[in-house]
Design a protein around this ligand. Structure first.
Ligand code: B12
Ligand code: SF4
Length: 500
């Protein structure tokens, strides 16, 4: 039987995490096919490692997981080289990048199949079909090319997450020692585990890549199941903190409360992502229990304080500026730190309006900080994703914005900056607007350094706060070179880029 080589391209320079996407795919074929993982985060020369496996002639199927941004930097040239050097292999890509940009991926000529969304059933079904020369044309979630035509099969219903096979932690540990490579030191603890407890999200925000991938569906593991997995990793490798990487961990108050009750005696700190309007409906007792159970910070997509922009972003209709501020205040009494992310630079009818929106949100963020100074702020610039059919995406296309035409273009510096949501190439954003956002971000990060950068000690924090103070208080953000210098000197970490 042919073997399977799974690759997780490098996604961050430090604080590596259990590669959950590729681990789910390994679990899906475990016991059926022999597999290995090459983790680009843990290898000096991942291509050399892959080539060594491929030279044995035993590996025919190659699976790459790719999210946009830095992962494309290894994925694209490596896939091309593998196809040239090992033409008999079959290249299968999955994850957010190929799901949302499948045409350009398949047209590259070096990717044979794309899995559209979850691969837990589609991947083993495809491999079994290929291995036994059976037809694959009806496999759900599969996208492939015949001649010049690209065929996109129907999507499968989301799988009940408790029925999925367990992640093969023991086998991963043999390839990359879990406590050495994957349980990093963070603000939460000395051995932080990344865990993914639910798939998708029930909402349809018009700027979010989760929407075309999961189509407003959400399925979660039960509280018992999560607890069992976490306990296993705690007992075997000593994890003492958890980052929940779910798009929306707190969808169900019942599941959150049940999990909190179970995990409370374990004395582990944890973090997860949520919606403000959902959690604002949680009872006071639930919020108190969540904190007692070890949750310290919750990441919320605040996006904007401007109700018209929230409408444009289709934030589910129930979130508004007043609520965002009130909720930051509410969390204070539970000692829960809100981490609010904002998306600035969405399109508007005139350049003046775009600038007005940006300025509105800058002063809104300052109001949030004044109400609850512990609120962590993450600033993104709107980088379109193909949420086809949404009004926002229609506006984007009408503005003349275009995604790259060739797969290789994604690895150019300007598209990398687009992916990092720091400098998109959207026609309505002028350099002046971008400067405004980035300079404000620098001053804000100076005046309020993130708690998640654990290397920044109290003295450094006080110093940078002092340096940035006058600018912050007088709204003077231009040319903040002295703050940038300190950031560079002390290697300031931005959690949204390098891991939370
Ligand atoms: C962990 C994570 C990171 C970590 C990576 C940690 C590490 N050390 O590797 C960090 C923090 C570094 C990171 C960074 C970024 N990330 Co990120 N990240 C995630 C996150 C939270 C979890 C990924 C995960 O483990 N999923 C768990 C698995 C089970 O789910 P899955 O990936 O969907 O996998 C299923 C399918 O996609 C498919 N599949 C996946 N891979 C494969 C492979 C094969 C072969 C097959 C067949 C199928 C398959 O099957 C899987 C099982 O069903 C996701 C959001 C999310 N919840 O998924 C965002 C997410 C993928 N990231 C995203 C982005 C944009 C980024 C950034 C590029 C930009 C940014 N500023 O956020 C940066 C890049 C910076 C960098 N240095 O890489 C976006 C992608 C959006 C998009 N436009 O497509 C997401 C969706 C977050 C979001 N909601 O916006 N990220
Ligand atoms: S709530 Fe968050 S994850 Fe869900 S669609 Fe909106 S932005 Fe995406």
């Amino acid at each position: 039987m042919n073997k399977v080589l799974l690759f997780n391209p490098k996604s961050a320079s430090a604080k590596h995490r259990v590669p959950n996407s590729i681990m789910n795919i390994a679990a899906s074929v475990d016991g059926i096919f022999d597999w290995v993982i090459v983790d680009g985060n843990c290898e000096e020369d991942p291509y050399k490692k892959m080539a060594a496996y491929l030279q044995t002639g035993e590996y025919r199927y190659i699976g790459f997981t790719i999210m946009p941004g830095p992962q494309t930097k290894q994925a694209i040239p490596f896939a091309k080289k593998i196809k040239e050097e090992f033409p008999g292999t079959i290249m299968i890509w999955g994850g957010y990048f190929p799901t949302n940009h499948y045409k350009i991926v398949l047209e590259s000529g070096y990717v044979d199949f794309v899995i559209n969304g979850p691969g837990d059933h589609a991947f083993p079904q495809l491999l079994e079909a290929l291995e036994n020369n059976r037809p694959y044309e009806l496999i759900k979630n599969l996208i492939y090319k015949t001649g010049d035509a690209i065929i996109k099969n129907p999507k499968q219903d989301l799988i009940e997450q408790d029925t999925l096979p367990p992640l093969p932690y023991d086998k991963l540990n043999k390839l990359y020692a879990i406590d050495k490579y994957y349980l990093g030191k963070t603000y939460l603890g000395t051995k932080t585990l990344a865990y993914h407890s639910s798939i998708g999200c029930p909402f349809t925000c018009s700027f979010c890549a989760v929407v075309p991938t999961y189509e407003a569906r959400w399925k979660a593991k039960s509280a018992q199941h999560i607890y069992r997995d976490i306990k296993y990793i705690k007992e075997n490798w000593g994890a003492n903190a958890i980052e929940f990487h779910d798009n929306n961990f707190f969808v169900s108050e019942k599941r959150t409360v049940e999990f909190s009750q179970l995990v409370k005696p374990e004395k582990m700190s944890w973090w997860g992502m949520a919606r403000i309007d959902t959690m604002d409906k949680f009872k006071d007792e639930s919020l108190a229990l969540i904190r007692e159970a070890g949750c310290k910070i919750i990441f919320f997509g605040a996006e904007s304080g401007n109700d018209n922009v929230l409408k444009q972003l289709d934030k589910g209709g129930t979130q508004n500026g007043e609520q965002i501020i009130r909720f930051a205040e509410r969390l204070k009494k539970f000692d829960l730190i809100p981490e609010y992310s904002f998306v600035l630079g969405t399109p508007a009818p005139t350049p003046e309006k775009v600038m007005e929106q940006i300025e509105f949100d800058i002063s809104f963020i300052k109001k949030v900080k004044a109400i609850n100074p512990r609120t962590e702020i993450v600033l993104y610039t709107y980088s379109p994703v193909p949420t086809e059919g949404s009004e926002l995406f229609n506006t984007v296309i009408e503005s003349g914005f275009e995604f790259p035409k060739k797969l290789e273009d994604w690895v150019t510096p300007q598209w990398e900056r687009f992916d990092l949501r720091k400098n998109p190439l959207t026609p309505w954003l002028t350099p002046e607007m971008l400067d405004k956002i980035r300079n404000f971000e620098t001053v804000l990060n100076g005046y309020y350094p993130t708690v998640s950068d654990i290397r920044l000690n109290a003295v450094k924090r006080r110093m940078i706060k002092m340096v940035a103070g006058l600018r912050y208080k007088t709204n003077f953000y231009r040319f903040p070179y002295e703050i940038k210098l300190l950031h560079r000197l002390w290697k300031y970490r931005q959690p949204e880029i390098q891991g939370f």
